[in-house]
Design a protein around this ligand. Structure first.
Ligand code: ZN
Ligand code: ZN
Length: 457
């Protein structure tokens, strides 16, 4: 066990104190626990995202995108359809549980095809094939979209899951592992979620893992009769997964099982210690969990998971880790990499369960009001100028009375209203009204975007 870093656990955070800006919802949203029973005619494990739900989805993706922009991740997208041969190569041929979970698609092209069960395998394939792999390292990417797994239904399990992924490719440094955990931590904080724990573990590398697996096999061989049916089946193919079994008898046995931390090679030990030290430096609370073993086999060294506490069963909000061998497996050059996947549906559910009010990411920054036929004409070009300048603007072109327009701006809760009258239209200026204190000032149109950007975040 690395001795330097502290073993910490996540503090429970009160959402209202950590996220005051979220305390005021743009409009009163009915806090509906969304039901997983699919309406008649829907494929089991899928669901519609109607407006009530979609605003939560947008809010989560908005936070993910802001973090991606801050960390200079470039967005990429790979096809939803992948060849089964690619997926098997990436996910591990021995991982029958993942193979069983593939949503196979029958088409006319001879190749066996499936809906992607994760983003990373397709991304690693693309990276192995494309020139963008020659960019400065680490290559920083992010993606979002649906992934598909044929998982058992019940307890709200979805087979079509919306997720996003942050990937840092091309460097071994443990600081990247810590940075990704930090990104997940930031998202959790920005969403205002409480009762969440970051779990960290290592699964060793191709050098040290085989010997550890051998020891595990020997350990479990003599205990075969005491194991559950599922574990007896996977005891020889993937004994590390036995450590994760939730059956009481298997959990009891797992407590005495050899731990990988005692069998790491020097490089893995150093990498894990460094990761934890970086997390301490960044003041990120985490908990070491030797039972954290991902089902997907491409992970090497650090693995992590962000899960809810105090719910009936822990819900995974994020999972990720290092996958130093995956790109080579997909036909590329040996390329270390680390990534994290955020599960949007689970994040949405956690927000709803904790009754966290959300803001609308699509909320407008300014309302553009106009006062005369001439001003209305001018307002059209001002509107375009604002849009091009990246200002989120709504307009009142359909309304003539200024009072009606101000009323609408108040209802929309915009911080600033712009008023364009005939005089302003002629002078190439505009009135900027602060909707909080009612103060008005005249701003030249040429400086409008700059002035607005100073006032809105
Ligand atoms: Zn190792
Ligand atoms: Zn079991």
């Amino acid at each position: 066990m690395p001795d330097t870093p502290k073993n910490q656990t996540a503090n429970n955070q009160n959402p209202s104190s950590t996220q005051p800006q979220l305390a005021v919802a743009e409009e009163e949203v009915e806090q509906r626990r969304f039901k997983h029973t699919p309406p008649e005619g829907l494929v089991p494990g899928t669901m519609d995202a109607l407006p009530d739900r979609m605003q939560y989805v947008d809010w989560v993706l908005f936070q993910a995108e802001s973090i991606a922009i801050t960390h200079e991740l470039k967005r990429v997208q790979t096809p939803v359809l992948e060849k089964v041969a690619n997926l098997s190569r990436g996910l591990g041929a021995e991982t029958d549980s993942i193979e069983d979970q593939l949503f196979r698609v029958t088409g006319k092209s001879g190749d066996a095809v499936a809906l992607r069960p994760d983003h990373r395998t397709g991304l690693a394939r693309a990276f192995a094939q494309d020139k963008f792999s020659r960019q400065d390292k680490p290559v920083r990417l992010w993606t979002h979209g649906a992934i598909f797994r044929v998982v058992p239904l019940g307890h709200g399990a979805l087979r079509e899951m919306l997720s996003f992924g942050f990937e840092l490719i091309g460097e071994k440094n443990a600081v990247l592992d810590a940075q990704l955990i930090q990104m997940a931590h930031k998202i959790i904080k920005r969403l205002g979620l409480a009762d969440v724990v970051i779990q960290v573990n290592t699964v060793g590398c191709l050098d040290c893992r085989p010997e550890y697996i051998q020891q595990l096999k020997e350990f479990y061989e003599s205990r075969d009769n005491a194991l559950c049916k599922k574990c007896r089946k996977r005891r020889t193919s993937n004994p590390m997964l036995l450590l994760t079994c939730k059956e009481e008898k298997c959990e009891r046995i797992a407590k005495d099982a050899p731990q990988i931390i005692d069998h790491l090679c020097e490089t893995c030990h150093k990498h894990f210690t460094e990761t934890l030290e970086f997390l301490d430096d960044l003041e990120i609370p985490y908990s070491l969990n030797p039972q954290l073993v991902p089902e997907i086999e491409y992970y090497a060294r650090t693995v992590f998971s962000v899960v809810t506490e105090k719910t009936d069963r822990p819900r995974v909000l994020f999972e990720g880790g290092r996958y130093d061998d995956l790109i080579e497996k997909m036909g590329g050059r040996p390329t270390p990499a680390v990534g994290i996947t955020g599960f949007v549906d689970n994040l949405v559910l956690a927000l709803q369960e904790q009754a966290i009010k959300i803001a609308n990411p699509r909320k407008a920054d300014v309302y553009l009001a106009q006062l005369s036929a001439m001003a209305k004409k001018k307002a059209l070009s001002v509107f375009e100028m604002l849009r091009e300048g990246g200002i989120r603007v709504v307009e009142g072109f359909g309304k003539n009375a200024i009072t009606t327009q101000i009323e609408q701006a108040t209802k929309l809760n915009v911080p600033i209203t712009l008023i364009l009258g005939q005089k302003e239209a002629m002078d190439e200026t505009i009135i900027m009204r602060d909707m909080v204190n009612g103060v008005q000032e005249i701003v030249p149109l040429a400086r409008l975007v700059t002035e607005l950007k100073k006032r809105i975040q």
